[in-house]
Design a protein around this ligand. Structure first.
Ligand code: 5GP
Ligand code: MG
Length: 177
């Protein structure tokens, strides 16, 4: 059940354009900057950031993809465990300023798995994290460097992120759990 709309298409565009500016400012330009989107909805978000960055700076930044899903570990009844499936990173991560991009940050476990996968590929100069929504409830010491919107949630609630490229609509809403 829909509870509240967090962002419409214009709000999402503003948030992502702002993050593009913040990435450029924090890194004093985009030399050696590369983006890595976490599948599924982190990928179009990373591609949008790359587009906005190229519009602002006139420089294209590479975009890679990490495929990480959460699976329920029924044997131990622990929380969901992230599993890294596939990496599509066609550039060397060594000495890059990497910006990991995902739609929603929650416990932080997906980001932790993403960092493991990245470190397996090489040694970046720095890794930063950009998320469209930070919904709180971190279980490990992970924080985002760039946040579209902080949305305090209960654990029961779910954030629905709809992106044109995948969902043919563009908005973020809170769903009641
Ligand atoms: P975490 O690993 O931080 O617990 O969860 C983050 C991952 O799970 C992200 O890749 C994100 O796509 C997904 N996720 C966690 N909570 C939500 C949510 O409320 N809504 C959506 N759309 N994805 C979520
Ligand atoms: Mg995800």
């Amino acid at each position: 059940k829909e509870k509240a709309q967090i962002l419409d298409d214009k709000g999402m565009r503003r948030a992502m354009v702002r993050i593009a500016h913040e990435i450029i400012e924090r890194n004093k330009g985009v030399e050696n900057v590369a983006l890595i989107g976490v599948r599924r909805r982190g990928v179009p978000l990373a591609q949008r950031l790359a587009k906005y960055i190229s519009e602002i700076e006139g420089t294209t930044v590479p975009v890679g993809i990490l495929d990480i899903t959460l699976y329920r570990d029924d044997l131990t009844t622990l929380a969901n465990q992230p599993q890294v499936h596939q990496t599509e990173v066609s550039f060397s991560v060594t000495d890059k300023k990497l910006v990991l991009v995902d739609d929603v940050l929650y416990t932080g476990r997906t980001v932790r798995a993403a960092l493991d996968a990245i470190m397996d590929l090489g040694r970046p100069e720095v890794v930063q994290l950009a998320v469209l929504i930070d919904r709180g409830h971190r279980e490990i010491p992970i924080r985002a460097d760039y946040v579209g919107k902080n949305v305090p949630t209960s654990r029961k609630e779910v954030i629905s992120v709809k992106l044109t490229e995948i969902d043919k609509e563009e908005r973020v809403i809170i769903l009641e759990g």
